[in-house]
Structures are given as C-alpha cells and as structure tokens.
Design a protein around this ligand. Structure first.
Ligand code: ZN
Length: 136
C-alpha cells in the first residue's frame, strides 16, 4: 500500500500535471518554503465563479511538487466555493502517505499558493481563516 502511494507521488513529481505558463491568467501567486527550499508559483484563470484553468511552476522536494501537481488536477473546473473548502487535511489525504511534521509545510505550500492566487491571502492555510474571523 505504501509503495503504491510513494509511486503515485513520484509519478506526479516526475511528470507534473498542469506545469508551465498560463495564457490569460487572471490571478497568480508565488511563495516558498525556506525550511526546505521549495518554491511554487501558481496561476489561475478564473472565469465567473470557476477556475477555468490552472498552471504551476516550481522546484523543490517531491512532496511539495507532487502536492501542487495533484492539487492543480483537482481544482480545474471547480467553483471558488469548492476551492475554498480544500483544507490542510484534504491535501494530506491527497498525498496518501503519513507526512512528518517537518514536511507539513512542503505538503501545504501548494495550498498556500493556490489560496494566495485566488484570494491574495499571505497566511498559511488555517491561519487565514482565523485572521478573517478575528477581523470580523
Ligand atoms: Zn520540501
């Protein structure tokens, strides 16, 4: 079981989906995880309330890049409400292997750049909701 999941991550790492530049992007965001040296830029083309298209570029460890690849496949065509509902637990489930605390930021960098692109939120997933609540 573990091997299958590892292959799944390596496959996304070696053959990333939706990688490259996005023509007509409406939203973009870049961020990095200095703890590991991961970098991800994500570009969205938002059409109405939907993510019409998405591309990412990045470099870094397999977990960070596979997480981005899996996430871009998932959000294409989704509504912004559906994208908003994606949380850290969902990302960790997508990866399918236990992620050690040291690698959590690797796994979540894709979600952070996605939410930064969509809503311009600079905080880590989870922190942004908390801030929004405290700001009313
Ligand atoms: Zn990493």
């Amino acid at each position: 079981m573990d091997d299958m999941y590892r292959d799944y991550i390596l496959d996304h790492y070696k053959n990333p989906r939706n990688q490259g530049e996005l023509e007509g992007a409406t939203n973009s965001y870049s961020d990095s995880n200095p703890l590991c040296g991961d970098e991800i830029s994500m570009a969205l083309r938002i059409d109405g309330d939907r993510v019409a298209d998405v591309r990412f570029n990045g470099k870094g460890c397999a977990i960070s890049q596979a997480s981005a690849s899996i996430l871009t496949e998932e959000i294409k065509g989704k509504t912004l409400d559906e994208v908003k509902a994606i949380d850290r637990d969902h990302i960790l489930e997508n990866l399918g292997i236990p992620i050690s605390p040291a690698r959590i930021k690797c796994a979540l960098l894709s979600l952070k750049t996605l939410k930064g692109a969509a809503w311009g939120l600079p905080a880590w997933p989870g922190e942004d909701e908390a801030k929004a609540r405290s700001a009313g």
